[in-house]
Design a protein around this ligand. Structure first.
Ligand code: PMT
Length: 300
């Protein structure tokens, strides 16, 4: 149904190497992050985009790495990225100074005020990189996302319950099948566009077929808080996975509800914590890593 993107085979190999490199001992998490893009024409001028800055995924990746997980970071091209996200909005060239004096000519100085904590962040980033604990994989379109998610699930199938899927990406529910997609730019003079089809929820094959032993977390985003929990429960019933993290667009940085079949737990940041730049992802990840341990212990 969705054309296989050309680079999937290459990425599959990288994922398989990543899975093997860390042996069967450690835990691994596939984090999806950012929004998918759905082209409306083969020679694309227009597309539909799902909203997500990628902050939830990028920030969570850091906390998973700190908790000892190896991370496949499946993210939208140019969405926020672990560690570097802290410096988004900084003009890199403005924070560097070229030394011109005779002795140190050519050296570059970093303005610590423009890039706060840079040494600490760089040290951690380099350690993660050197240990091969973070595998970044990019997607743009819905089709790329779907194929790459399946590839990641297959790559991690051998580690069973040690694998976690943390599906924070905002994935389109609509697309235009390739056979119905106009080649050229759609003309507005042809009237309203009515050719979108529903995208099947990928949670279904993920839970049933691709990674049946894994610990799977989906996210539920709503703008109307009054329907949030009911939607989260419905997702759990429909897909039979372990957890839904429910959030409302406007309050998502400071409030989420972690919902399982038997429990619902609110995670809230106080104003003081927000001031101190505590991140809700720290709480989410700590809650889920604990739940993952319990899940694994029930599988043996
Ligand atoms: O990136 P930020 O700006 O920090 O924002 C974070 C976030 C709000 C995007 C994130 O916290 C979040 O809620 N992500 C999920 C948003 C979403 O698309 O929800 P949904 O109701 O459309 O989908 C529910 C779940 O089903 C998601 O986990 C999604 O990965 C999955 N899905 C969706 C569509 C589809 N065809 N197949 C799927 O499996």
């Amino acid at each position: 149904m969705f054309a296989v993107p050309s680079h999937v085979e290459e990425v599959k190999k990288l994922m398989a190497e990543f899975a093997e490199h860390h042996g069967s001992a450690g835990r691994r998490v596939v984090i999806t992050s950012g929004g998918t893009k759905v082209p409306l024409e083969s020679r694309t001028v227009r597309f539909l985009d799902n909203f997500s800055s990628g902050r939830r995924g990028a920030s969570s990746a850091k906390y998973f790495l700190d908790s000892g997980y190896a991370v496949i970071f499946l993210h939208r091209h140019r969405s926020l990225y672990p560690y570097t996200r802290l410096y988004t909005g900084v003009n890199l060239l403005d924070s560097l100074q070229l030394v011109t004096g005779k002795e140190d000519a050519g050296q570059i100085l970093v303005d610590q005020n423009a890039l706060p904590n840079i040494a600490k962040v760089l040290k951690r980033y380099q350690a993660v990189k050197a240990a091969g604990l973070l595998l970044p994989v990019e997607f743009n379109t819905l089709s790329e996302y779907l194929h790459l998610l399946k590839a990641a699930a297959q790559a991690l199938s051998s580690i069973g319950s040690k694998a976690m899927f943390y599906l924070a990406a905002a994935v389109s529910d609509f697309y235009i099948p390739a056979y119905e997609m106009p080649e050229h730019k759609i003309q507005s003079s042809n009237g309203p566009l009515q050719i979108m089809k529903m995208v099947p929820k990928m949670l279904s094959p993920l839970v049933k077929d691709w990674a049946p032993k894994a610990f799977v977390i989906s996210f539920k985003l709503e703008t109307d808080p009054s329907i949030l929990l009911e939607r989260a429960w419905r997702a759990l019933e429909t897909y039979n996975h372990q957890t839904v993290v429910a959030n409302v667009l406007d309050t998502r940085r400071g409030y989420v509800v972690v919902v399982t079949k038997d429990t619902q737990q609110e995670l809230v940041l106080t104003d003081e914590e927000v001031q101190k730049e505590v991140e809700i992802e720290d709480r989410i990840v700590s809650n889920l890593t604990e739940a993952h341990s319990e899940f694994m212990s029930r599988q043996v």
